[in-house]
Ligand binder design. Structure first.
Ligand code: PMT
Length: 402
């Protein structure tokens, strides 16, 4: 595995005595490690020990001018490819959950775009308390990764769930979160979500795309080390860690954002559900019902939107371009025709007649169709798993092409 930059955020629990061992284990597999500590953590492990083991200055204070002078907390947050919070106390988890930034560790956690892995450690009753459980659940929903806690004898004398995972288990979890690094050096451009085509200042034509499929592709590409730009249509999802996001709601805004980013991209994945048509006239005020009085209705004239995927393929060069297709019948035959028409390198076709695949669900089942008409069926899986399969296929086809 390539060396990665890991920030170890140490908080105040007795399990902090295992942190020197964790530093050695992370360095042992080649990672560069820096440490940040809360004031409480310093009661359990000395900054001098961590400084000696990491060979790097240990940061402890948000307001210390000399520490900030060396590397300020925002640069520290940007530097990290992964932040591990170990041990993660109940108090730290609660502060993370509420987005507090009242010390160095929480400020870095709020500022970083790197993935975060927590290794909780606390008394069994503190762990099982509904407040802690709710905090952990919310953090995980936001994409925070967790390893442990384990069951066993606790420092407080109780037995049960609350022991911090052993350093080897934390290193293994970190390796999983960091991903295989197979897309390092690549610039991946992903589109996700539906577009909204305004009729007037409050109404629009849109579709049921949640963005989940495209966001999963962006997250997986970032996990594999790529530099990812995500052009997001209409969605309520939060940005995956390590991903740069541009919001673009209408098809024309999405086209402009994609074209501005295309030059630098080596791989493009077009998972967005772009409206093929938009209202010919978009009123800048709300159309009043009274203005239509006496009429049975009114006609909405639609005009064709730019086809972004076709435009990308016309300027494809050496890029690898993946299109999606939402089909409701004759999925494979329609996908074979579409890949030829659009000119992309791979087409991911989903059967949107299924209730467990396609729009606004957590799972998908797809056919990967190549320009020669070759088809690989991927059965029902979670969208992150489908994303991993798509990128595996992209990597394989690119290797073959080289
Ligand atoms: O967002 P989710 O809820 O997770 O749902 C995922 C999804 C079903 C939206 C996704 O898996 C998917 O299939 N996305 C493409 C939907 C679609 O617009 O299909 P299409 O067959 O109409 O378009 C084919 C391709 O052309 C797509 O890559 C699309 O991004 C692109 N396109 C379409 C129209 C247009 N004007 N410009 C485009 O670039």
């Amino acid at each position: 595995m390539e060396p990665r930059r890991i920030l170890l955020a140490v908080t105040g629990g007795i399990a902090a005595y295992k942190i020197p061992e964790l530093v050695r284990a992370l360095r042992g597999v080649g990672h560069v490690v820096r440490c940040a500590m809360t004031a409480e953590a310093r009661h359990f492990v000395s900054p001098m020990v961590l400084q000696t083991l990491t060979g790097e200055t240990v940061r402890t204070d948000l307001f210390d001018a000399s520490e900030e002078g060396e590397i300020d907390h925002i640069r520290l947050a940007d530097w990290a490819e992964l932040v591990i919070v170990a041990p993660a106390t109940a108090h730290t988890l609660a502060r993370m959950c509420h987005g507090m930034a009242d010390d160095l560790v929480t400020a870095v956690l709020l500022a970083t775009r790197a993935p975060v892995l927590v290794a909780p450690a606390m008394n069994v009753n503190m762990w099982s308390h509904p407040a802690t459980q709710a905090n952990v659940e919310r953090l995980c929903e936001r994409g925070v990764h967790r390893v442990g806690p384990e069951t066993g004898e606790l420092a407080c004398g109780w037995e049960g769930l609350g022991r911090m995972s052993e350093p080897e288990a934390i290193v293994a979890a970190a390796t999983l979160v960091l991903g295989p690094d197979t897309l390092r050096g690549e610039k991946v451009l992903v589109t996700a979500g539906g577009t909204a085509e305004p009729i007037d200042s409050v109404r629009s034509i849109t579709n049921r795309s949640s963005g989940k499929m495209g966001f999963a592709v962006a997250a997986e590409a970032a996990r594999r080390g790529a530099d990812v730009c995500l052009v997001a249509g209409v969605t309520s999802l939060s940005t995956p860690s390590g991903v740069r996001r541009i919001d673009a709601h209408s098809a024309r805004q999405m086209r402009d954002a994609v074209m501005a980013e295309l030059e630098d991209s080596t791989i493009v994945v077009k998972a967005a559900a772009v409206a093929d048509f938009r209202p010919a006239v978009q009123e800048d005020h709300k159309i009043k019902k009274e203005s239509l009085e006496g009429q049975a209705g009114f006609n909405l004239r639609l005009v064709t939107n730019p086809d972004i995927l076709t435009e990308i393929c016309e300027r494809k060069g050496d890029r690898f371009v993946v299109g999606f297709a939402a089909e409701s019948h004759d999925v494979v035959a329609a996908a074979r025709r579409k890949i030829v028409r659009k000119g992309c390198d791979l087409l991911v076709a989903n059967d949107i007649s299924r209730s467990d695949a396609g729009f606004d669900v957590d799972t998908n089942a797809v056919f990967l169709v190549s320009p020669s008409g070759e088809v690989e069926e991927i059965p029902l899986l979670s969208k992150p798993e489908i994303a991993a399969q798509i990128l595996d296929r992209v990597e394989k086809l690119r290797r073959e092409r080289q």
